[in-house]
Design a protein around this ligand. Structure first.
Ligand SMILES: Cc1cc2nc3c(=O)[nH]c(=O)nc-3n(C[C@H](O)[C@H](O)[C@H](O)COP(=O)(O)O)c2cc1C
Ligand SMILES: [Fe+2]
Ligand SMILES: [Fe+2]
Length: 408
């Protein structure tokens, strides 16, 4: 693969990762992910963000570097905006091939270089506003802590107006030979937007406050190109991705009792062993459809929690359908709620429904599980075995009630 030119002095290099491995050991990436790095060339050369040798990444980077006459041993500075191993896993091998490059990161980043990779020389810690002169082009560093690790920073190249933002403004989805936002069709953008939401909900959503702070901090820069470490490079519409991230961050800003956390839609997340819960859910969905409110639907554990998380993060309201299982919630739903708490899926308006066999138990566990979530509940509904015609009517009304709240 070749390097992609951003300006005379700035190039994007990336590896498309296609793997059955889970990202961060937890999130599926059936359509892959890209690991992006950047080469900035003055008389001196800087390489921004490294990679992990995953699914042949090393070879892809070597080839891209060679396409612009570069090699790992000619790099003068290695800039590490973020130390997570997807961007640093290859650091030991890089050091073996290039013993003289100076490794630059925040003070916290340098500590992580030492603890993860046991390197102790040729390291430089930079602070907010520090500059690096490459003799012909200059880089500036801004600390943007906690997006999504504590050591994170971004690197700014003022001449081309390129912001190397690392995980911020990133997305899942392999790129397939292209990299710039203007090289993808509107249909492809729809796909990548979904993968961007899932990436944000999975990786970044617990840190939305810091995303907002970071965006505010960078407000004064005349950003012409957003160059993240995953996903496309935004040279045509850099504001699109910044505004999208600002909107996503706002989904986490919900307060108790206010259904402000998300868009006017409903995320239905359901589970069922033998279909009795599903019968009731179908009635709820009829109610939602009657009110014309858009909804997404996801069954667990058949579909990975990663998708349920993205849908729930975006929606103002949720329907959670679960049967009772061994005097408690159906276990995959307990896992969903646990992930929602960890990922700050706060301030939603929620309808819970489900079937039980002899005494129930899901309700009690559910009510304890949601205490930390600042959710507003519409009256929940449970039934024994399969729902009666009367119960189905009530369920349909509950679906309408929830939809009307979303519309109001
Ligand atoms: C493994 C298993 C455990 C169950 N545990 C309970 C229970 O503790 N309490 C209860 O009232 N019903 C229990 N049930 C009954 C289910 O809640 C009941 O069959 C319900 O209708 C299942 O809904 P579904 O058809 O949507 O899966 C259990 C069923 C199964 C298969
Ligand atoms: Fe990361
Ligand atoms: Fe990353």
């Amino acid at each position: 693969m070749k390097a992609h030119k951003i300006s005379e002095q700035v190039y994007c290099l990336y590896a498309d990762i296609q793997t059955e491995d889970l990202f961060e050991g937890i999130w599926p990436i059936p359509r892959g992910v890209s690991l992006n790095s950047y080469l900035v060339k003055g008389k001196k050369t800087a390489f921004i963000d490294l990679f992990r040798d995953w699914s042949g990444a090393e070879g892809q980077f070597e080839e891209a570097l060679a396409s612009v006459g570069g090699a790992f041993d000619t790099i003068d500075y290695l800039i590490l905006n973020h130390l997570e191993p997807d961007h640093t896993g290859w650091l030991g091998e890089f050091r073996r091939r290039n013993p003289r490059a100076e490794i630059i990161s925040t003070a916290k980043g340098i500590n992580l270089v030492k603890s993860f990779y046991k390197l102790d020389s040729g390291l430089r810690a930079v602070k907010d506003g520090d500059k690096l002169d490459l003799d012909g082009v200059e880089l500036v560093f801004y600390e943007t802590p906690n997006i999504h690790w504590p050591e994170t920073m971004v690197t700014w190249e003022p001449a081309s107006g390129t912001l190397f933002s690392c995980d911020a403004f990133g997305s899942f989805g392999a790129l397939g030979g292209r990299v710039f936002d203007d090289e993808f069709t509107p249909e492809e953008h729809v796909f990548y937007e979904k993968e961007c939401l899932r990436y944000y909900a999975n990786i970044v959503s617990s840190f939305s406050t810091f995303v907002e702070r970071g965006i505010q901090k960078l407000d004064g820069l005349d950003i012409k190109c957003v160059a993240p470490s995953h996903g496309m490079v935004w040279r045509k519409n850099p504001k699109d991705i910044i505004e999208r991230y600002a909107r996503y961050a706002s989904y986490s800003r919900a307060e108790a009792g206010k259904s402000s956390g998300g868009e006017s839609e409903i995320a239905v997340i359901w589970s069922s062993m033998y279909g009795n819960t599903k019968l009731g859910l179908d009635a709820v969905i009829r109610g939602i459809e009657a009110e014309g409110v858009p909804y997404t639907i996801c069954r667990v554990p058949d579909e990975d929690v990663s998708y349920a998380l993205a849908n729930a993060f975006k929606a103002q309201a949720l329907v959670l359908a679960m049967p009772t299982y061994e005097y408690a919630m159906f276990p995959p739903m307990a896992y969903v709620l646990d992930i929602f708490r960890r990922k700050h899926i706060f301030g939603k308006t929620v309808l819970r429904i489900g079937s039980w066999g002899w005494v129930g138990g899901a309700k009690k566990e559910y009510e304890t599980a949601i205490e930390a979530l600042k959710w507003e509940s519409v009256p929940s509904m449970e039934w024994a075995g399969s729902p009666t015609a009367e119960e189905l009517k009530v369920l349909e009304e509950r679906g309408k009630d929830l939809a009307r709240i979303v519309k109001s």
